[in-house]
Design a protein around this ligand. Structure first.
Ligand code: HEC
Ligand code: HEC
Length: 214
């Protein structure tokens, strides 16, 4: 079923992008989407209006993400450091959707997203937050004791992020699908950081603890 939804979206996405080649930041989303050309709706298809996220297609919330982090991720997808995993169509689609963006358009889309109100994430995972708290001690070195992130270290805030999305990222870091490219300096640092987690249970536990910081 997931595969089917993905393929439908893929088809929809391509029919949209072939008609309108460029997506600019100012056009990500507007109050009245119906008055906008189809291209304006491209990011919103997977990330929701005003970046609230769309769990059905695996698009995380974007509202509240630090502009410096957002920019680096868009560049990372464009450079193909991210989104290479072959078993997850939406990640590949994300790569395709930013492949067309110029540096200017990335700046525009980033400043546009910065104007949105952060969303409170829904908690979808359960784990042992006590064990998670012990595991989080190693994460705190980079992501901060309160999970608020550290720009100097390039580590984004973890509070305010969707737990299902973070679980996926932690697995991608473990497998090297994310952070495995030698040019991806920050991804490599996080790859080192994820070594503190040994199992899927550890992932659920640390995320259960991060959920308590929201
Ligand atoms: C076809 C669906 C799709 C479209 C269209 C799409 N995205 Fe994504 N995007 C995703 C998915 C899925 C992920 C998560 C990938 C993963 O799990 O590794 C993602 C991840 C991201 C991330 C990384 C978030 C983080 O916390 O690291 C950013 C930033 C982003 N998208 C911005 C955009 C912008 C801006 C656009 C429009 C130009 C866009 N996306 C269009 C599906 C999409
Ligand atoms: C050595 C520093 C460091 C440590 C330790 C570290 N991280 Fe990270 N983490 C980073 C950096 C840097 C990034 C951003 C990577 C990028 O830009 O792609 C990141 C990214 C992430 C992301 C992806 C966020 C997103 O929106 O996609 C998650 C989730 C995460 N870290 C969780 C953790 C957890 C949980 C731990 C502890 C087990 C941890 N990190 C330990 C540096 C670190």
């Amino acid at each position: 079923m997931k595969k089917l939804i993905s393929s439908c979206l893929f088809a929809l996405f391509f029919s949209i992008t072939t008609q309108h080649q460029s997506v600019s930041g100012q056009q990500y989303d507007k109050l009245n989407l119906d008055s906008q050309p189809l291209s304006n709706k491209v990011c919103a298809t997977c990330h929701g209006s005003y970046g609230v996220g769309n769990p059905i297609v695996g698009g995380p919330s974007l509202a509240g993400l630090e502009p410096w982090y957002l920019k680096r991720q868009l560049e990372g997808f464009r450079a193909k450091h991210r989104g290479n995993e072959t078993d997850y169509v939406p990640g590949n689609e994300m790569q395709v959707s930013v492949a067309r963006l110029s540096d200017n358009e990335i700046e525009e889309v980033v400043s546009f997203i910065a104007t949105w109100k952060p969303v409170e994430p829904e908690q979808t995972l359960s784990g042992d937050a006590n064990n998670g708290s012990a595991l989080y001690a190693s994460c705190a070195a980079c992501h901060g004791i309160n999970g608020m992130g550290n720009e100097l270290l390039g580590a984004p805030a973890l509070v305010g992020r969707d737990d299902w999305y973070m679980a996926r990222q932690l697995k991608l870091f473990m497998s090297g699908n994310r952070g495995g490219n030698p040019d991806d300096v920050y991804g490599q640092q996080m790859r080192a950081g994820v070594q503190a987690l040994g199992s899927e249970q550890d992932i659920n536990d640390v995320l259960a603890y991060i959920n308590t910081m929201n």
